[in-house]
Design a protein around this ligand. Sequence first.
Ligand code: AMP
Length: 172
Amino acid sequence: MAVDLAAKIRDVPDFPKPGIVFKDIMPLLADREALREAVERVAEWAEPKKPDLVLGAEARGYITGGALACRLGCGFVAARKPGKLPWRTVAAKYALEYGFDSLEVHADAIVAGQRVLIHDDVLATGGTAKATVELVEQLRGEVVGLPFIIELEFLHGRDQLEGYEVFSLLKY
Ligand code: AMP
């Protein structure tokens, strides 16, 4: 029988601040069957897109993103917060509730024409995902899809990603 993935997501009210219900994927990651099933189901969606690379967003996007890259036979690219990567980088800014933040990737992490899958644990407002799309396109990679574990539909993150193929395993 298929694993009940939704049962492995823990709702943490008022984290990291009042009014936010944090979707904690740690119970899913800690359960070997749930982890395998989640990665496998995302991989089945992604495989026909024939990606060369999986790009994961800091930090939880690295965990399932790394597993996904391995399962798909892809390389992995880390999008990090400013100042964390040691080599030459390109950056993309995105809006937060108050102010801005940015993400960076190494300038040589993606070669023009490579097919890139963008992955994170949660699609919320879509700001992070949109910034990662910009990073890939600055390096002239092709974004072939954006699979997430969780999508918070009430935040309409997909609206920021019009024209791209978006997939999520669990919707709230
Ligand atoms: P956004 O840019 O608003 O789509 O936010 C996406 C990023 O913030 C992802 O890296 C998520 O891991 C994290 N995030 C946003 N909202 C939540 C939430 N309610 N629960 C867990 N993670 C979240």
